[in-house]
Design a protein. Structure first.
Ligand code: GTP
Ligand code: MG
Length: 381
């Protein structure tokens, strides 16, 4: 079996997006999270046709939003010709099953959506293996006949015909086998990576971390004069990329560009991206990049700081970089922080200087004078 057999596709699908507001959560916060869910959906190729916010004092145990509400969402979704219903919060496997039964369409929660988006993006063998593993582990307890509906479009699971429990059991067995295989593959890949990493340890490493779409790859390109993939979409980068860059005064460091963070990052995803994230964490210096033009950048900063703390990155190894300052009027954002614009180049030299200041002296590389400098030195004598 090759990996496409377990693939789903959200490309050209339409959805209703649903959020539960548990009082006293403010309405604007629920709407902001839905904005992001819609953005995640868009990045995966799925258009959100309608939004529903249900207020309750607590989630409904069986159906999360309540049976009556689920029924009306099902009707609305069918009227709008939708293919699926997205939930902003994580649902338990039994909630997914109950909701799908009531709604009559596939139900995806935020984690499932993020996993699907990652699946579409992953390019290198390691990223593909990591994402597929995370997705299958997530799907296994949630597998219902409704997933077929999506699987069909990509030649996915449930293709051998037949309905009912027997078919489901076959699908589950197939997934378990595939999961075992992927786990073994990943171990092999991780061993190779560790060997490669130990060979690189003499250079000062600087990794770029931060919320998705803040401009990490754009900044990476500017610092290393390269051409990593930049796109106004969530999770444009999934594969880490390493490259040397100059920080002035003849010194070079190794920069690492990696996957962005997002709030409510699925637990499985974090586990399978462990080796990628460990590389971020193992750097000598972590640039925590923020998009100061984003309406919720402060919340994104909190999410980023939590993830970095989880990964064991101490505060003194973090340098906060305020990006996209070109979008603000200059007075609006003052302070001693490192403020840059990766697109215009504003503040990049001070950033380089700031990085240089953090390189311990034992690592300062003594480079031979260039021919030009050598000539200048001779002339001096
Ligand atoms: N105005 C402005 N736009 C920027 C700046 N830096 C990046 N962008 C834009 O922001 C968008 C996202 O940039 P990326 O570099 O792909 O962001 P990223 O953090 O690598 O995103 P992911 O890989 O998805 O996590 C692109 O449309 C960039 O052109 C900046 O300094 N100013
Ligand atoms: Mg990127």
């Amino acid at each position: 079996m090759h990996s496409d057999e377990t693939n789903l596709s959200l490309i050209d699908t339409r959805a209703v997006a649903v959020a539960l507001r548990v009082q006293p959560q403010p309405v604007y916060e629920v709407e902001e999270h839905l904005d992001e869910l819609e953005e995640l959906a868009r990045s995966a190729g799925c258009r959100v046709e309608a939004r529903v916010v249900q207020s309750r004092s607590a989630p409904h145990a069986r159906s999360f939003i309540g049976g009556g509400k689920a029924e009306s969402i099902g009707e609305q979704a069918r009227e709008l010709g939708c293919d699926l219903v997205l939930f902003d919060d994580d649902l338990s496997p039994s909630q997914v099953k109950n909701l799908e039964k009531i709604i009559g369409l596939p139900v995806l929660d935020r984690s499932a959506l993020i996993l699907q988006l990652f699946r579409q993006r992953a390019k290198t063998r390691e990223a593909r293996t990591q994402v597929e593993l995370a997705q299958l582990q997530y799907m296994l307890p949630r597998l219902t006949r409704y997933w077929r509906h999506l699987g069909r479009q990509a030649g996915g699971i449930g293709q051998r015909g037949g309905e009912g429990e027997k078919q489901l059991e076959m699908d589950r067995r197939m997934l378990r086998r595939r999961i075992g295989r992927l786990e073994r593959d990943l171990e092999t890949i991780a061993r190779t990576r560790t060997t490669q990493r130990s060979g690189r340890r003499n250079a000062f490493q600087v990794s770029l971390a931060g919320y998705t779409n803040v401009g990490k790859s754009t900044l990476f390109n500017r610092l290393t004069r390269s051409d990593a993939f930049v796109q106004n979409q969530l999770f444009a980068t999934l594969d880490s990329k390493l490259r040397r860059g100059s920080v002035g005064e003849g010194q070079t460091v190794v920069f690492a560009d990696t996957v962005g963070f997002v709030r409510k990052l699925p637990h499985h995803l974090v586990a399978s991206f462990r080796s990628t994230l460990e590389e971020v964490a193992a750097a000598d210096l972590v640039l925590h990049v923020l998009d100061v033009s984003h309406p919720t950048w402060e919340e994104q900063q909190r999410v980023g700081a939590e993830i970095l703390a989880d990964l064991g990155v101490e505060a003194d190894r973090i340098l906060t970089v305020f990006n996209k300052v070109d979008r603000l009027d200059s007075q609006a954002f003052e302070g001693p922080e490192v403020r840059v614009s990766a697109t215009t180049g504003l503040g990049i030299d001070s950033l380089r200087e700031e990085i240089r200041r953090r390189i311990p002296t034992r690592l300062v590389t003594v480079t031979a004078p260039s021919e030009f400098e050598a000539a200048a030195l001779r002339d001096d004598r």
